[in-house]
Design a protein around this ligand. Structure first.
Ligand code: PRP
Ligand code: URA
Length: 210
């Protein structure tokens, strides 16, 4: 399998289990949502592993101690709709993080995404930006998202996805070699409709039951 410089594929038995449930076409909505949450938590734990911390002096009931806190402000960017499935997990870990939104939808015929909504916090240059989107297929949606974030000053960016296709990772790598990508699986290829194979189908439709 081809390797990509800024791609991390997370391995964990609980993630493998949840990914299998997500991939199974017989999985009902309730279980799909439940295992999306589990997979998101594990992926976020890995995606934040290298996040810088800084000294933060506190006093416990017994003694003063120099503790640690996250050094940079964080902004979470779920790519609507499907990225919302990962937002709760991210907010559980980082309840203090700002949240921005971008709405993108792929044209079913061309697979080219267009933007229908965008609202980001300001001062993006000073924040660690984590983009949440379960599916990285052609890479068009993530590239549009990163274009928009960089145009508004974003510098430190990473993306967290459940499943990626090599075609999308290659495109994202070429466009933005500075953006790290954390995924639960790197699948085989895209089909003629630009769906990930074996993938899990249309994540948004399965999660939101549309
Ligand atoms: C899906 C998915 C990604 C995008 C990936 O969204 O959630 O955002 O496709 O495909 P790409 O890498 O080829 O751009 P979709 O357009 O189906 O919208 P949805 O989230 O509203 O379901
Ligand atoms: N979006 C999805 O939800 N699934 C794919 O396989 C590709 C894009």
């Amino acid at each position: 399998m081809k390797s990509f410089s800024n791609l991390s594929i997370v391995t964990h038995p609980l993630l493998s289990h949840s990914m299998n449930v997500l991939r199974d076409k017989r999985t009902a909505t309730e279980a799909f949502r439940h295992h999306s949450a589990i997979a998101s938590r594990i992926l976020l734990m890995e995606a934040t592993r290298e996040m810088p911390t800084k000294d933060y002096p506190i006093e416990t009931p017994l003694a003063p101690v120099i503790g640690q806190c996250i050094a940079d402000p964080v902004v979470l960017i779920p790519v609507l709709r499907a990225g919302l499935a990962m937002l709760n997990a991210a907010q559980e870990f980082m309840p203090w993080a700002s949240v921005g939104f971008i709405g993108l939808e792929r044209d079913e015929r061309t697979a080219i995404a267009s933007t229908y909504y965008r609202k980001f916090p300001d001062r993006l240059a000073h924040r660690h930006i984590i983009v949440l989107d379960p599916m990285l297929a052609t890479g068009g949606s993530l590239i549009d998202t990163i274009d928009a974030l960089k145009a508004q000053g974003g510098v430190k960016l990473s993306a967290v996805c459940v499943v990626a296709a090599p075609e999308g990772v290659e495109r994202l790598n070429a466009a933005y070699p500075d953006v790290s990508i954390v995924v639960g699986a790197l699948d085989s290829h895209l089909d003629e409709n630009k769906y990930i194979v074996p993938g899990l189908g249309d994540f948004g439709d399965r999660y939101f039951e549309t």
